[in-house]
Design a protein around this ligand. Structure first.
Ligand code: NI
Length: 264
């Protein structure tokens, strides 16, 4: 009889233990499931945010590429705030010697989806240099940028717009010139620069301005929302080229991406 009671007790104990175990593991499974769900929700949220950041470019609507040369400088931060406010993109043709002084601005450009261009290390006239020195001017600028964002520039804007055969043969990136010269550096007048852009801007234009002048940033503050209101999409040079069906080639000069260029 004692044996039977002991046996029953043992069984009850075993059942109780199993039940407890099962209960515990059910809790654990539930916790894991909840955690997984949280993770999935978080992932979805992040992807949604990412999608929001990717600006959809409508190829049938007018678009322009505003390009800022000679910076970064002390007004670049303000300019980036303006770009951010209007969800506009631009291309920055950086002077290598200025890069290390403005790491935050450099990072912000990337965060806003702007494009990095190479304007040489010391704003050199590349047509006066030999191949190895041209390479040095470009590569050293890229090295400066890489230190901050781990990226290289994708385009070259030769200072003074000076291009020769040696440069075309040496350049490992497309050579981006411009179709609209605002002469902002000479005018140093926000109103004049703003009015000039508004008057002459065309679909597919590459606009040349300089973010090292306060007056230029002042002009941007007004003209960027005005251009957007007119229906222009403010995109990077590479985005503009792509939207117009152009594959950019190293050592080739580009001045604009007018829609008519496709029909020529
Ligand atoms: Ni320049």
């Amino acid at each position: 009889m004692k044996k039977v009671i002991r046996g029953i007790l043992f069984l009850l104990l075993l059942l109780g233990f199993c039940g407890y175990e099962g209960y515990q593991s059910r809790i654990q499974i539930k916790e894991v499931q909840i955690q997984k769900k949280h993770e999935e929700e978080k992932k979805e949220e992040q992807e949604e945010q990412k999608e929001e950041k990717i600006q959809v470019i409508d190829p049938d609507k007018p678009m322009i590429a505003i390009t800022f040369d000679d910076g970064p400088g002390r007004y670049t931060k303000r300019l980036l705030k303006i770009l951010e406010k209007y969800d506009a993109k631009a291309t920055f043709f950086l002077v290598g010697n200025n890069i290390a002084k403005y790491p935050e601005e450099i990072k912000k450009m990337d965060a806003l989806g702007c494009e990095y261009g190479n304007h040489t290390m010391s704003h050199a006239d590349l047509t006066k240099l030999q191949k190895k020195d041209i390479k040095k001017q470009i590569d050293r600028t890229d090295a400066q940028l890489k230190k901050i964002v781990g990226k290289k520039t994708t385009l070259i804007r030769p200072p003074y717009g000076a291009v020769n055969k040696t440069l075309r043969e040496t350049a490992e990136k497309p050579l981006i010139l411009w179709s609209m010269d605002t002469l902002d550096w000479k005018k140093k007048d926000a109103k004049k620069v703003r009015n000039y852009i508004k008057k002459y801007v065309e679909d597919g234009e590459i606009i040349l301005v300089h973010d090292i002048h306060k007056t230029t940033v002042d002009a941007m503050e007004k003209v960027i929302p005005e251009l957007i209101k007119k229906g222009y999409q403010l995109v990077t040079v590479s985005e503009l080229a792509k939207a117009r069906g152009t594959t950019l080639k190293a050592g080739t000069k580009y001045f604009s991406f007018y829609p008519a260029d496709n029909d020529r």
